[in-house]
Design a protein around this ligand. Structure first.
Ligand SMILES: NC(=O)c1ccc[n+]([C@@H]2O[C@H](COP(=O)([O-])OP(=O)(O)OC[C@H]3O[C@@H](n4cnc5c(N)ncnc54)[C@H](OP(=O)(O)O)[C@@H]3O)[C@@H](O)[C@H]2O)c1
Length: 164
């Protein structure tokens, strides 16, 4: 990727699923600081340790599972629903707006045309600092996937042909 960038074939390099451990193991060897790290991120898993590292290097966090992959316990969470009522928005919009205000790039997916539209209608309101704090308090510090698990490294190594 660095060679392709040097040749002008791409502008920026992004990485994915780099936990603090993976970041600290590999990124110091890179000649180019990644522009973005796409990781699981939503109110239940706020990646606080990783974000401190990314912020230090001005690297953007891009959220996958921004809606918890449709997890009802997130979408129907009491705090989320009460804020949806307060701001006259739906639960998805409250969750995505929280993530945007936290500085993340969000990547929600929907096959439902109405939700594809509503998931974009995020720029006509602002969550107050007090309401942001309520959503920050939902953090469980753990996501659905664990990229540091040894089985993940084995799976990736067996899936790709790696040459020097
Ligand atoms: N880099 C990685 O390792 C990685 C891993 C996982 C995912 N991703 C990427 O991240 C993106 C998002 O992942 P994802 O689709 O699994 O998770 P997601 O965007 O958090 O959730 C999508 C689910 O939420 C539902 N949904 C969408 N908008 C909604 C709303 N406003 N209210 C209620 N439910 C809503 C969708 O159902 P409907 O279709 O019925 O609306 C779908 O079931 C995808 O592009 C995926 O490829 C990357």
């Amino acid at each position: 990727m660095e060679e392709a960038k040097a040749e002008g074939k791409l502008k920026s390099i992004g990485v994915s699923n780099m936990t603090p451990k993976i970041w600290n193991t590999f990124v110091p060897q890179f000649a180019t600081m990644p522009s973005v790290n796409q990781v699981e991120f939503n109110p239940f898993f706020q990646q606080k340790e990783l974000r401190r590292i990314l912020d230090k290097h001005d690297v953007k966090l891009e959220a996958w599972y921004p809606l918890g992959h449709g997890d009802k316990s997130l979408i129907e969470n009491d705090v989320v629903l009460s804020l949806a009522k307060k701001y006259h928005k739906d639960a998805g919009q409250i969750i995505l707006k929280f993530e945007l205000q936290e500085g993340a790039i969000v990547l929600p997916k929907s096959q439902n045309p109405a939700r594809i539209k509503s998931n974009l209608e995020l720029f006509d309101f602002e969550l107050s600092e007090e309401d942001m704090a309520q959503l920050r308090a939902l953090d469980r510090g753990k996501g659905a996937h664990e990229p540091d698990a040894p089985s993940v490294a084995e799976m990736l190594l067996s899936a790709y042909k790696i040459e020097d």
